[in-house]
Design a protein around this ligand. Sequence first.
Ligand SMILES: [Zn+2]
Length: 257
Amino acid sequence: MANEPLQEQLSLLYQLQEWDQELLSIQQKLREIPDSIEQLEATVVQCEEDMAGKSTELAETDKEQRSKNAELEMNAEQREKYRDEQRIVTSNEAYTALERQVEYLDKEDEEAEDTILVLMEKSDQLKEELAELEVEVNREKQKTATETAQLQQELQDLETERDEQLKRRKAFLPKIGKKLRDEYHRWMKAQFENQSGAARAKTGFVALSKNGVCASCRIAIQPQTLKEAQKYQKQVYCSSCKRLLYVESAIPDIPFP
Ligand SMILES: [Zn+2]
């Protein structure tokens, strides 16, 4: 004789387990979304930091260029002074000495001009890179804004869905006998207490069995155990994975699961 209450209880518990799997996956997503948002924002910050670094480099290059230009101006003034002196000196020696000073200034100017050329090239290069970075930053910002908005919407929707599911769960729970319910909760809690258990919890406490095989561990149920389970007179567990077996009825018309 089949014991309908137990069969029904198993069916209800299995339903609860299905809903709980959905809830678990919602909760997992709810935990992941803020991380994804943070990652998007970090990319923008990184781009902005790159840009700030380039800006500093450009400012330094321009400053260096200004100082080289100032050097050229100072040399020009100095050269003018030497030239004036050359006009009034009376000895050849003094004239030559001033000429050497002017030559030295010329040499310095040449070096400064070379440096300025290099700095100008560097400055142009940096400006080009900065313009590219600016485009990239704007693109990243836009992408982040769009994706963040989507993620936040998803977060809200998931929260609503979770709340609805929790309400449904709360209303549904009293249909299952307290003893069985407690056993289920104890099992789930124990699974969550260790990391690998969380993965095990995904396959649940109630194991379906069709064609004589436990759906959780895929091991064939011993004929004696199967027969016992099909009576639905007492709770029967898989001898291999220790889950509560919810077996397909021997009577074909009974819906399963
Ligand atoms: Zn099993």
